[in-house]
Design a protein around this ligand. Sequence first.
Ligand code: FES
Length: 281
Amino acid sequence: MYQILQAKELTTNIFMMVVEAKRVAKSCEPGQFVIVRRDADSERIPLTICDYDREAGTITIVFQIVGAGTLEMSTLKAGDAFHDVVGPLGRPSELVEEDMETLSRKKILFVAGGVGTAPVYPQVKWLHEHGIAADVIVGAKTKDLLILEEEMKSVAGNLYVTTDDGSYGRSGMVTQTIQDLVEKEGKAYDVCIAIGPMIMMKFTCKMTESLNIPTVVSLNPIMVDGTGMCGACRVTVGGEVKFACVDGPEFDGHKVNFDEAMKRQQIYKTEEGRAFLKAKE
Ligand code: FES
């Protein structure tokens, strides 16, 4: 069993947990994820590792209620436990694998949308710990839905907060801020890493493609086994079939077939939605 040491609601329907998972904490790298199950017969939920403490043997996960499984998870408190926490899964972020000299010369822009702020945070923190200051755009629908702002501020070179309704920070979508930073504020970036809702990543990629900024996205499709065997997490990248759990979760954003990925996600949402309603009966 994997004990939950801390559990709190960050904002409406978004929760953070610190979980004891010694082996995962010992070897995980930014960009990797785990699959958790509440009980032996519970739904498997893939979650990116938001933070880790190798000495304490803990990982931090952040999730949003999107269906029955995450609704069940949200009721857990400190002292409860997960039946399993499998990981670390997936490939570490490309940044972590680059040589430091090349990396330190790069101008890096992160774009985080909603709960996608959680997987962006460990990457920015890792860069900060290696003396590299990255620019970060964090977008949310409204001020109330912003998460990890203070944490991000402490590790980002520059933090730009945007809200769709203009209730805080810059007003509008993250794509507008990307364009403003490059075209009005004279910023130049060698790479952009975008993580958030599929639709946000799609339009971020369209924008960065027009600005000639290579872009990496982190996909979080339906996952079942997390080992490349079941095919649930299939995505098409550059016309080739890839499995997000073993080939990703990061991919070249300019090559991802987002429309197909969103269609597959929609099917899942429908099934998840039914389970969600059933759980609420
Ligand atoms: Fe089964 Fe990726 S989750 S192949």
